[in-house]
Design a binder for this molecule. Structure first.
Ligand code: CMP
Length: 132
């Protein structure tokens, strides 16, 4: 069964959206396999977002993701990566369709409530980083 990594980011945790996010994955039929409430150390943040290291927003991204607790999860089920990404919605909330998490709860790209792995390979890498 495929697994994917999902986390409620500091903005989602501080706004009290953990329950709403978890409900959407449960309602869809995915199964929760692991969960961890944690504040991400700088080094882990830089590794997790390593593919964005050259982007101009990298520093702000790392600062934001380490700014408060995140709710990290592993969800599993058929095509878990694709299904999770459709529940989450487009990276930019302005483009995310209503009914998706970012479409319903977020306005701007740098605080978009939730992260989800973008491929099965990324999912295995990110699950290893957070739960390995
Ligand atoms: P996420 O799915 O966690 O993966 C990378 C994150 O970078 C993304 O969500 C956004 O929250 C964040 N980000 C910040 N600024 C930008 C930007 N200009 N374009 C894309 N992503 C951005």
């Amino acid at each position: 069964m495929e697994q994917t990594f999902v986390m409620v980011k500091p903005d989602g945790v501080s706004r009290g959206l953990v329950g709403a996010v978890v409900s959407r994955f449960e309602n869809k039929g995915l199964k929760l396999a692991a969960v961890k409430l944690m504040t991400i150390p700088q080094e882990l943040a830089e590794r997790h977002y390593g593919e964005h290291r050259e982007k101009k927003f990298f520093g702000e991204l790392v600062e934001f993701i380490t700014s408060g607790p995140v709710f990290a999860m592993v969800w599993e089920g058929p095509q878990a990566v694709k299904n999770a990404r459709s529940i989450i919605g487009a990276t930019n909330p302005a483009e995310a369709v209503p009914g998706s998490i970012r479409g319903d709860y977020a306005l701007i790209v740098d605080s978009n409530i939730v992260h989800g792995s973008d491929s099965p390979e990324s999912a295995q890498r990110e699950i290893g980083l957070f739960f390995g």
